[in-house]
Design a protein around this ligand. Structure first.
Ligand SMILES: [Zn+2]
Length: 359
């Protein structure tokens, strides 16, 4: 009967393996058999005693063995995962692109891209007949456009004509009211300043003159001559108004200008004379037919009177006080007035009969 007899420690273990260690060769017999071992994991070489190899306790003693291997493996794993992720992403992008390409191909199937430039137009030689045809066609189109435009604008044009015609008629009526001696103006404005004022004929003439002066001062473009004064005079005469105010003159003059009553406009030579005579006009030597803003009736300015010196006969300006101290004869002389009925107006200014006129 065979029996297994275990002999302690004396069998040569060269070539055997213990854990990760390959037993390479026997390097010492005493005090205990010792073997050179090589770790299969880290390839490091060391020695191990027979007893530890026999009991299976021998381990690789290299300090980094296993740990390095594990760390390396972790790093490798990480790298591996990253690579896989990259690979998946690349694949996904490729799939998307392929799908897009397939879709585009399906959409543009049979479509031919245009060439970059239009082909140069061929030089066409027109015959005379072609030219005539083209011209006729163009004229037809223009005539159509013209007709269409006229049709479209016709109502507007008609309305504009009507409005113009109406305003012409209104202006004509206004002129008739203001000029015709037989037509009374229903809108005649009575200045409250005149209410209760009773003056002699001479006093009225002085009053009118002062008012006219105030009016002419505020309207540099108003030429004081017979024609222009007559227009104003007639208007007040036909209403049997013997005295008027600057405000009344302003108002009626404004209406007369608005409806186009022809006043004599200042000529260049005449405006020069005015400018020389009255320094206040030099401020606006180019004053043309502009209408100065109507003066407030409640703001009378200190009146002065243009006349001629009683001794020397030279033109001069009289203050209100000087005029008030004159007798009526002196006043007439100083103003060189010629009574022309109740509404006599002085012959002053640059008109053909005025004193400022020099041929
Ligand atoms: Zn090892």
């Amino acid at each position: 009967m065979p029996t297994t007899r275990v002999m302690e420690g004396l069998a040569d273990m060269t070539g055997q393996q213990c854990n990760t260690l390959d037993i390479v060769r026997l390097v010492a017999r005493r005090p205990e058999p010792t073997y050179e071992v090589r770790c299969t994991r880290c390839q490091s070489t060391s020695t191990a005693p027979h007893s530890r190899l026999r009991s299976g306790a021998a381990r690789c003693l290299a300090s980094g063995c296993g740990k390095v291997q594990q760390r390396q493996r972790g790093r490798d794993l990480e790298e591996e995962q990253r690579k896989q992720a990259e690979e998946r992403e690349k694949q996904r992008i490729a799939d998307v692109q392929a799908a897009s390409l397939r879709r585009m191909e399906a959409e543009v199937e049979g479509y031919v891209l245009p060439t970059k430039r239009r082909p140069a137009a061929e030089h066409v030689v027109l015959t005379e007949r072609d030219r005539i045809a083209i011209r006729q066609r163009r004229e037809e189109l223009e005539a159509e456009a013209r007709t269409e435009r006229e049709t479209r604008e016709k109502p507007v044009r008609e309305l504009t004509q009507k409005i113009n015609e109406t305003s012409r008629q209104i202006a004509a009526l206004e002129r008739k009211v203001l000029l015709d001696p037989n037509v009374k103006d229903l809108d005649f404005w009575h200045d409250p300043e005149l209410v209760g004022l009773h003056l002699t004929v001479e006093g009225a003439t002085e009053w009118n003159y002062a008012m006219l002066k105030g009016f002419a001062d505020s309207h540099p473009e108003f030429v004081v001559n017979d024609h222009n004064l007559q227009i104003l005079n007639n208007y007040f005469s036909k209403h049997s108004v013997l005295m008027f105010t600057t405000e009344q003159l302003n108002r009626v003059y404004k209406r007369m200008l608005a409806c186009g009553i022809p006043f004599d406009a200042p000529e260049q030579a005449n405006t020069d004379v005015i400018a020389n005579d009255t320094p206040s006009d030099t401020k606006r030597p180019d004053a043309n037919l502009t209408i100065a803003p109507a003066k407030e009736p409640d703001k009378p300015k200190a009146p002065t009177y243009e006349g001629f010196d009683l001794q020397t006969g030279e033109p001069r300006t009289f203050t209100e006080r000087e005029v008030a101290r004159m007798s009526s004869e002196e006043f007439k002389k100083a103003m060189q007035m010629v009574a022309r009925g109740e509404m006599g107006l002085p012959r002053i200014g640059p008109g053909p009969n005025g004193r400022g006129y020099r041929a």
